[in-house]
Design a binder for this molecule. Structure first.
Ligand code: HEM
Ligand SMILES: *[C@@H]1O[C@H](CO)[C@@H](O)[C@H](O)[C@H]1NC(C)=O
Ligand SMILES: *[C@@H]1O[C@H](CO)[C@@H](O)[C@H](O)[C@H]1NC(C)=O
Length: 499
């Protein structure tokens, strides 16, 4: 149960988080001394007063139904101790599609109807701004587009969208295929950690889409520093020497300098090397004459960040579902063999148009996006008191459209727990399928993500088979839900039956 950029459901004040972890570590018995007891009581009283203050809202306006749990600690403990699916499902059953709760210090309204999610993300998007913990903003860089609304956001969004349009990424198919063909033989006859390998693959694809095909001197350094940054990403945001967060912030500073050198080199060169970087360097628009180095750097890091863990987690689920559903794997293989025959006859490489003729493989990807719903929900914050479906959402409250709950609703997807790609033979009802979000902040990388999955599946299914090693089931969060231990599998060459 993880939000897009979150290791925890919301941005908690650090002190509370620290306390919370201490409690979890069961150190409580050693801590209770009379002074401590007195301070605890005092603290509770203060928190109670604070929370009464917090719950006040414009007179006579109705808040959504739901329980706020204990003051301050809210329903956090429940969210952490219950299965997150049932946490949401139980509340939805009890209170309906819109209910309030309270997680890690933040009053929240959870939204699980398609129409209401559409209002938050699309029709009244200006009243609900994206919101992220400050530590995430520091790590990615405050000028990255996800943190913004309005003119700056839409200017950047246009640039990012421009570099991931089908007409642009269709030229990358051969390069993506080269990356696939580099990885696959190294897996043969070995046991791989699927998630780790998919991360390496998706990272390489993200790097060429960010920087283009030009191999600058700085590339290796950027890769290493990014990996240091990433290690701290889901750690507690404690900036003390030795903590993962501290190391990540140090890597971020170095990354800033390396990227600045790269950007300056590219500015001086005539040809700007393509990729998102090329598009940002060429950008001239009404808002700013030229993007600054740190605007460019923050957005490059942001896009790499958004692109690779997400895609890798979905690919890991695709391999899991194909492994568990042998008949579907065989059908996908037949579809890909058909493509392979055409390619051999025409004597060319896999092309964009080939990837448009993979209907079954495409449905497998869609069904994986639905079933796994790796982005269980996203966060918005009301920028003012908002009238919403007969309720009032007070200014400052978090609003969470629950993608997973909508994707697992039996009214829209009968037998929701079943992996059944054929359900996508008919398009889903409007606004019920949002693996890439909706509205102004929806994912600009959706076509690239699907493309890199199709290219990998083409070669993987026609040439290899994979067998899960160890216990098959279970989920871990890292930070997105993925099969336990990242799905270790043994990869072997596919035995082709003699015709
Ligand atoms: C299967 C893989 C992916 C999934 C499931 C996914 C999902 C999403 C979702 C749901 C959002 C909206 C978040 C919100 O509304 O709060 C989003 C935003 C975003 N995604 Fe993706 N994404 C994927 C891959 C990619 C790739 C490959 C890129 C690289 C171009 C990318 C770049 C972005 C960016 C830059 C945003 C922020 C857009 C904005 O705030 O305007 N994503 N993604
Ligand atoms: C993997 O094993 C198969 C069957 O045992 C063998 O034919 C193939 O050459 C092996 N591949 C590599 C790269 O060792
Ligand atoms: C990167 O450098 C710029 C310009 O010196 C600075 O304004 C920005 O805060 C730096 N960003 C980070 C994350 O250190």
């Amino acid at each position: 149960m993880q939000g897009f950029y979150y290791s925890l459901p919301a941005s908690p004040p650090q002190t509370f988080l620290a306390t919370f972890t201490t409690f979890q570590d069961c150190q409580v018995p050693f801590l209770i001394t009379p002074i401590l007891f007195f301070s605890l009581v005092l603290l509770l009283v203060v928190l109670l007063l604070l929370s009464i203050h917090q719950w006040r809202h414009p007179k006579d306006k109705l808040l959504p139904p739901g329980s706020m749990g204990w003051p301050y600690i809210g329903e956090t403990l429940k969210l952490y101790t219950e299965n997150p699916n049932s946490f949401f499902a139980n509340r939805q059953k009890r209170y309906g599609d819109i209910f309030k709760t309270h997680i890690l210090g933040c009053p929240c309204v959870m939204i699980s109807s398609p129409e209401a999610a559409r209002i938050v993300l699309v029709t009244k998007a200006d009243l609900f701004k994206p919101t992220y913990p400050p530590s995430k903003e520091k790590m990615i860089g405050p000028e990255a587009l996800f943190f913004h609304q309005g003119a700056y956001h839409s200017m950047l969004k246009k640039l990012v969208q421009a570099s991931f349009l089908p007409s642009v990424i269709r030229r990358s198919v051969t390069e993506i295929e080269q990356i696939v063909l580099k990885f696959l033989p190294s897996w043969e006859n070995t046991t791989i950690n699927t998630l780790q390998e998919m991360k390496r693959y998706a990272f390489d694809v993200a790097m060429i889409s960010a920087f283009g095909h030009k191999q600058d001197l700085e590339m290796k350094g950027i890769k290493q520093l990014y990996q240091c940054l990433e290690k701290g990403y889901n750690s507690m945001p404690l900036d003390l020497p030795g903590t993962p967060f501290h190391k990540a912030m140090k890597a971020r500073k170095l990354l800033n300098e390396t990227l600045r050198r790269l950007i300056q080199n590219r500015r001086e060169n005539e040809k700007q090397g393509g990729g998102l970087l090329g598009v940002m360097l060429e950008a001239k628009n009404q808002m700013v004459d030229q993007l600054s180095d740190s605007q460019i750097a923050d957005n490059l890091i942001g896009v790499i960040f958004a692109a690779h863990d997400t895609t890798a987690s979905v690919l890991t689920w695709v391999l899991k579902y194909l492994h568990d559903n042998g008949d579907i794997l065989e059908a996908v293989t037949r579809e890909q063999e058909g493509i392979q025959r055409k390619i051999i006859e025409a004597n060319h490489r896999l092309t964009w148009d080939d990837t448009r003729h993979m209907p079954l493989t495409t449905r497998v990807i869609q069904e994986t996006l639905r079933t796994a719903s790796i982005l269980s929900f996203t966060f918005r914050e009301a920028v003012q008191d908002v009238e919403f479906e007969g309720y009032c959402i007070p200014k400052g409250w978090k609003v969470l459209p629950l993608f997973r709950t909508i994707h697992h609703c039996a009214d829209f997807f009968p037998q929701p727990e079943k992996f059944d790609p054929s359900r996508f033979e008919v398009p889903p009802r409007p606004n019920t399928f949002m693996p890439f979000g909706n509205g102004v902040h929806s994912c600009p990388g959706s076509e690239l993500a699907k493309l890199e999955m199709l290219v990998l599946l083409h070669h993987l299914t026609t040439s290899y088979r994979w067998q899960a090693v160890g216990d098959k089931d279970g989920i871990q969060y890292g930070p997105f839900p993925v099969p336990k231990r990242g799905l270790p599998v043994k990869v072997s060459p596919r035995k082709i039956k003699a015709a």
